[in-house]
Design a protein around this ligand. Structure first.
Ligand SMILES: [Zn+2]
Length: 220
């Protein structure tokens, strides 16, 4: 089987061999010949370079693809920067504008009757976003008519009372925010509770049920 094949025959076949359109038998025959024939090997290398990379044909397509891909990459980068900025802005906006209710705690809130009979409301937290307060409303509590004021404070993430956990500041007990409750001469009791006036107006909540879940923090 292993007859010596002439180099000219091999070289005639080489273009087909390089293009991989020869039969398995032919391929093996050329393989074997190339292994021991330096001359055909050289021919093969030269031919392969010429045949395999037809510079004018294939290169532009590859370059074009690369350009398109590069453009896509740039668009993707810009898109991801945009998304990142949006996420950062979202987090920023959330931290600064999204208000949550500061839960009641004895060390944070205190009502105090001043010498002038006004009711002072103290907040001992770091800071707050808003105070929500009602005018005194009349309720019948244990058979007695009482004028009740509701109040709650909100914070944003940047104003969290627990913020000092993160920045190692010691809260001074002296520091407080104080204001005088509206119509404080009429108030019999002050309750801390989260309420939404719009819900009450819309009939989804009532002052009676707000009173039920409220925390009494001061009474006459
Ligand atoms: Zn040869």
């Amino acid at each position: 089987m292993m007859k010596e094949i002439k180099c000219t025959i091999i070289q005639d076949i080489l273009p087909l061999y390089i293009d991989e359109i020869v039969s398995q038998d032919t391929k093996e025959m050329v393989d074997q010949h190339l292994q021991h024939c330096e001359k055909c090997q050289k021919e093969y290398e030269t031919m392969k370079r010429k045949l395999y990379i037809p510079a004018e044909n294939k290169a532009p397509i590859i370059q074009k693809l690369n350009k398109t891909w590069r453009k896509k990459k740039v668009i993707i980068s810009i898109a991801s920067i945009f998304v990142t900025v949006l996420i950062l802005f979202g987090a920023f906006a959330y931290a600064f504008y999204y208000e949550t209710v500061i839960p009641y705690s004895e060390d944070l809130f205190k009502v105090e009757k001043q010498d002038d009979n006004q009711l002072a409301f103290h907040y001992f937290g770091e800071s707050y976003a808003s105070v929500n307060e009602t005018h005194p409303m009349t309720f019948e509590i244990d058979g007695e008519k009482r004028n009740v004021s509701f109040i709650f404070y909100t914070k944003t993430m940047t104003e969290s009372p627990s913020r000092n956990l993160f920045n190692n500041e010691k809260r001074s007990n002296e520091q407080k925010y104080t204001f005088i409750l509206v119509e404080s001469d009429k108030i019999d009791a002050v309750y801390y509770v989260d309420f939404d006036v719009e819900k009450v107006t819309a009939g989804k909540d009532s002052w009676a049920s707000i009173l039920e879940r409220a925390e009494l923090i001061w009474e006459k």
